[in-house]
Structure formats: C-alpha cells, structure tokens
Design a protein around this ligand. Structure first.
Ligand code: AMP
Ligand code: MG
Length: 401
C-alpha cells in the first residue's frame, strides 16, 4: 500500500459526496416550527390571494376614466355615495361620476376600478373634489393578483425564511412538509485530546473539533450526535464508528485521517465498509477521507480545526445539501480587493483566510494549526487549482465563515 495519499480534485470529491448522499424522508411540522427547515414538497395556495379586489390606501373608489385630467388647478367633482365598512360589501355600486369611501384593505365596490388617495381629495358638502387622476387598477390589489388558488407559493428544497413562513401562512399551510433533519455522528480521535472541562497537561490539547464540527452541522440544518473522544486504537475506533453508523445518517470523524502509522481512520473505514477517496487536492485539508458503510457516508476530517473547517465548507456542505434536498446555496460571499499577493501551488485548490476591512481583504497568515486565525479572519478566498496565485489589487470573492 502506498505511503502517500492519492489526491483527487475538489470537484471529484464533491461529486462523490453528492453520489453517496441519500435524501432523508419527509415529516410534517407545525408552521411555527418550520423556520430554517428544508421544504420537502411544493406548497400550493389553497385559496386565491387576495380573495377579493381590495384597496391598498384610504381613499375614494372611482371609475379611473372619470378622473382623467384632474389636477389641483382643475379638480373633478364626484357625488359621494357613502362608505365601505371593513370586511363588508358596499351597499351600492359606483356609477359614472360617483365615489365611495373605502379604507385600506376594504372591498373595492362594484363598478369602481381604482382608488384616489384621500390626500388628493377634498370634501365639499355632498361632493368630493378629486385633484389627481388615477389609472385603471391604481391603489388596488386585484383578485388573485398575488397568487391564484393552486399556484406554487414555495418550492421544494427551499430553506424556509421568516418571509417564507408568512407566505405559507397566507396559503393556509398549517402543517408544513419538511425533510427530516439528518442525524450526524461526531467523533474526535487522538490520544492527546482531553474534554473541554479539563485543563490540558503538557502534550494534551482540548477537543475543539467536536464543538466546531457540531456547530457547523447544526448550522446546516442537521442534528449533531456526540460519540466522544476516542483514542488512536483500532478496535476502539472500529466499535465506535460502527455504532455511530448504525445510529446516524452520516458520521464525521476528525483526526487520524492521514497515512501515518497512528492514522487508523481510513483502515477502519475500509474494514467496516469502503474508502472511496483518501486525499483531496485542497489546502488546508488534504488528508480527508470519503467512505461509506452500508449507505451511511463516513467522512474523515483532518485534525487541525482550521483544516477540518475548510473541508466542511468545501466538501461536507454538499453532502448535507444532498441529504436534505436543499436546492439553494447558503454560502454568503462579499466582494473585496486583495490587499497582498497570495501564492498558491498549481493543481491544488487553496483556501486563504482573510480579514476584510473597508473592502480590502488582507490574508491572515499563520500555520494551519493556529486557532487565532479562525477568529481573526472574516472568511476565506478560494484560489482555483489552475492558478499559481493572486496579485494585490485583484477583485476577489470572500466566502464568509
Ligand atoms: P491528526 O490529523 O490526528 O494528525 O491531527 C493533526 C493535528 O490536529 C494534531 O496537532 C492534533 O492534536 C490536532 N487535533 C486533532 N484532533 C483535534 C481536536 N478534536 N481538537 C483540536 N485539535 C485536534
Ligand atoms: Mg491524531
């Protein structure tokens, strides 16, 4: 067996995780619990919205043609025929030369086709002076102008925002069909790791990855399930990865993902199932494993938290998108100008941490094992595999953390 990793491109790795991602089933949830969930089916309006033509201002319902040429200097005169009561039909239709007062949200009386804002009118006895002409349909929301009954109001795969929840409410969707949240097992490996509650002794470090990975998992709409810190012991690893694979929809294991003698994650994944990829042309993050055990994706992440996080963003996010059926990319980016040259090796996709201030992206340099770069950077700039670097002044897209 080779001592070196057989690296594949980032796009090949993404294709592989997309292939092994199995979409979770659907479940109904009450509307108020659907925020940030992924819609499993298209939702259609159960009624016409609005179900009646209504005014969007306080004013006088008229026939638009009767207002032609009206101005402050030459107002037109209308016969006042009463008021519309909120939620009720007008008593009489609007005939030529007549008007009826209608409040915002009131039903437009029959015969009228526009509303003149009250600000543009003046009452003189039983007459109303209109000082501004209105066009057909002005200040009016027409019957089913928003959505017709049966129209799709939200499409499957959408991550539901507060705005979507409001539209679903209008569409009468009280139980929302969403995708079940994938359960993702989280395992940290390494003899040097101690729980966060312990003060590390020399040679020991706190387990950062369980928290960073679980938080990312949660942000992606999945449920993290902790399986603890496991020593670099083949049997212990096999038993915990096997247990996690039996209980979860995917498993993320950090540390021990390279090819050193102590690195047993790939060996164990091979014993439990199959290793599909071991090594990706990405920096940081090269020692990454993509495998599976009985249809459950098993991902081996590099030990350094920063490297693990880059792999989560660049690769694992696509696995989760496949498992949840999410169709929209939730990566947020900002445009900036590069403040320094960035060197990069050809053939490898580099992710450079940058701090963005006043539109300038300055690389936050440091070894991949440093944690301070994670809090001091705003995000990362992706340098494509075919590039040898980016020059100062280049416009770049910063992927926000
Ligand atoms: P490894 O991939 O196991 O060789 O680990 C690479 C580096 O990442 C080592 O310095 C580890 O101590 C560190 N590391 C591994 N796992 C974690 C973790 N869960 N939290 C913080 N650092 C880790
Ligand atoms: Mg290790």
């Amino acid at each position: 067996m080779s001592l070196f990793l057989q690296v594949v491109s980032v796009s090949k790795a993404v294709e592989e995780v997309r292939n092994i991602a199995i979409r979770c089933g659907d479940e109904p949830v009450p509307l108020m619990e659907a925020l940030h969930r992924i819609l499993a089916q298209d939702v259609r309006a159960d009624v016409d919205i609005p179900g009646f033509t209504r005014s969007v201002v306080d004013g006088f319902a008229v026939r638009a043609a009767d207002t032609t040429g009206s101005s402050d200097a030459i107002p037109s005169m209308f016969t006042y025929r009463g008021r519309v009561v909120m939620g009720a039909f007008a008593d009489t239709p609007v005939k030529p030369g007549e008007c009826i007062y209608v409040p915002t949200g009131g039903i437009l009386p029959e015969g009228a086709d526009a509303v003149v804002m009250i600000e543009n009118t003046e009452q003189i006895g039983g007459e109303i002076l209109v000082k501004k002409s209105v066009a057909y349909g002005e200040n009016v929301l027409l019957f089913n102008e928003d959505f017709s009954r049966g129209d799709v109001v939200c499409t499957r795969g959408k991550k539901l925002s507060p705005r979507d929840i409001g539209v679903l409410a209008a569409a009468g969707c009280i139980q929302v069909p969403v995708v079940r949240m994938p359960k993702v097992g989280i395992i940290s490996t390494g003899n040097e790791l101690v729980p966060v509650s312990k003060k590390p002794l020399p040679g020991q470090i706190r387990d950062v990855n369980s928290y960073v990975v679980a938080s990312f998992v949660r942000e992606q709409g999945c449920i993290p399930i902790f399986f603890g810190i496991i020593r670099d012991d083949r049997d212990a690893l096999r038993s915990v990865i096997g247990k996690a694979a039996a209980e979860c929809d995917a498993v993320l294991i950090s540390g021990g993902s390279s090819k050193d003698d102590r690195d047993m994650v790939a060996v164990v994944i091979g014993e439990l199932g199959e290793v599909l990829i071991h090594g990706i042309a990405i920096a940081p993050g090269k020692p990454t494993i993509i495998g599976r055990c009985r249809n459950i994706p098993l991902i081996g992440l590099p030990g350094h938290p920063a490297s693990a996080f880059i792999v989560l963003i660049a690769i694992v996010s696509h696995l989760f998108a496949g498992m949840t059926g999410k169709t929209e990319n939730s990566i947020r980016v900002v445009q900036a100008t590069l403040g320094q040259n960035v060197a990069s090796s050809k053939g490898r996709e580099d992710y450079v941490r940058v701090a963005v201030r006043d539109g300038i992206a300055t690389p936050v340099l440091g070894k991949s094992g440093l944690l301070n770069t994670l809090v001091q950077s705003t995000g990362v700039v992706r340098v494509p595999a075919d590039s040898e670097g980016l020059e100062t002044g280049t416009r770049v897209e910063v992927i926000l953390w």
